[in-house]
Design a protein around this ligand. Structure first.
Ligand code: PA5
Length: 368
């Protein structure tokens, strides 16, 4: 999907008007993505109910490593969980986005296989390999071939509701994984964090939602700032890194435009040098820094110094996480990005819901 020159050249005032017009946004959002995104707090509550009723047999406990296998919108749940449990999980956790699984995967590995549709070929391949290696497994899906295989093979299956674009089912995809890890004794129960997250997201749904005017709406203002630019979303290793990846992919899929992400401190050892490219190149970029109180003190200092080096950029925005628990802090950052990506879609005049390019690729591959 391309953006017409007239779209890009529209004045700020006209663009802002789209984001303050309920009619314009309704016209640009026939699939109701604003409603689906707004409903994340309720989705998390529903997901807790689904996970609470799921059977995670005791044989899944005591694995020596954990793998989350999935792609795209079904993979990010693994990143979210890995960062949420990083400071208490005593065994390594790896997120695999591929056909193959690493050689270490064996019967002492717990593998979560996640595919919203249940039909993603890479994920089905990973399922087959995990089965062959005798890994302990849990499948998370709304149906498709993955549900059939898990049922046939007697693999524990968490069935989540159908009818969502995969990327909007983040709650359904990550909550069961986190609940399983807690119930099986790998990590503490995150119930308190979920309660806090729900309260914070419900408040944010109002201040970031479509009825909140641009003048006071952080997500709409971020969308205006990113419009016509290539967003670079910077987090740090930890929860803001997972959030930065989520922002990037949501901007790609919802706003149908380029976006990239990176994380401190690593980006200070390579990407920062690229800012020497000069203003002509840098002005095509817009940086969003995702910040969290849990950021390492040296990373906080790195962010300050790096901001001064990016002076030639079109601008830098900072987004702070909210809350005490890691769940709330991570989801609050994700939520701002989800809304901002929808508003950016509206500024480009595109429908955020369909991802025709991904559908085309899947269809072409299925034919060959
Ligand atoms: O958001 C999307 O539609 C994609 O990123 C999908 O999640 C990805 O193609 C994998 O499909 P699924 O989530 O159905 O396994």
């Amino acid at each position: 999907m391309t953006t017409s020159t007239s779209d890009v050249e529209r004045s700020d005032v006209e663009r802002k008007a789209v984001l303050d017009s309920a009619e314009d946004m309704a016209r640009l959002d026939p699939g109701g993505m604003l409603k689906i995104v707004s409903d994340l707090p309720q989705q998390i509550r529903d997901a807790l109910g689904i996970a609470g009723r799921a059977d995670f047999p005791a044989s899944l406990a005591g694995a020596r490593c954990i793998v989350s296998a999935g792609l795209g919108g079904s993979a990010i749940g693994g990143d979210v969980v890995r960062e949420l449990v990083a400071d208490e999980l005593k065994v390594p956790m790896v997120v695999v986005r591929d056909y193959d699984l690493p050689a270490f995967v064996d019967r002492d590995t717990l593998v979560f296989v996640s595919s919203y549709s249940g039909n993603t070929e890479e994920t089905l391949s990973a399922y087959g390999i995990a089965r062959e290696r005798g890994a302990r497994m849990v499948c998370i899906t709304s149906g498709g071939r993955l549900a059939e295989l898990a049922t046939r093979d007697g693999v524990p299956l968490v069935t989540i509701p159908q009818g969502f674009p995969p990327r909007t089912a983040l709650g359904y995809l990550f909550v069961p994984m986190l609940v399983a890890l807690a119930r099986l004794g790998y990590v503490r129960d995150a119930a308190e964090g979920f309660e806090e997250a729900e309260l914070i997201l419900r408040d944010l749904a109002v201040v970031l939602g479509p009825e909140s005017p641009t003048s006071v709406n952080q997500a709409k203002r971020l969308a205006l700032a990113m419009h016509g630019k290539i967003p670079l979303i910077y987090g740090s290793s930890g929860i803001t890194g997972a959030a930065a990846l989520r922002w990037k992919t949501q901007i790609n899929e919802n706003s149908k435009t380029h976006a990239f992400w990176n994380a401190f401190p690593e980006l200070n050892h390579n990407e920062t040098v690229g800012w020497g490219a000069g203003e002509d190149i840098s002005k095509a970029l817009r940086v969003v820094l995702l910040k969290d109180k849990g950021d390492h003190p040296r990373v906080q200092r790195r962010m300050e110094i790096t901001a001064t080096l990016m002076g030639g950029a079109a601008g830098i925005d900072e987004v702070y996480s909210l809350g005490r628990s890691k769940v709330a802090r991570l989801l609050s950052l994700v939520y701002v990005g989800d809304f901002a990506s929808l508003y950016l879609a509206f500024l480009y005049g595109v429908d955020p819901k369909p991802v025709k390019v991904i559908d085309y690729l899947k269809n072409e591959l299925a034919r060959s």
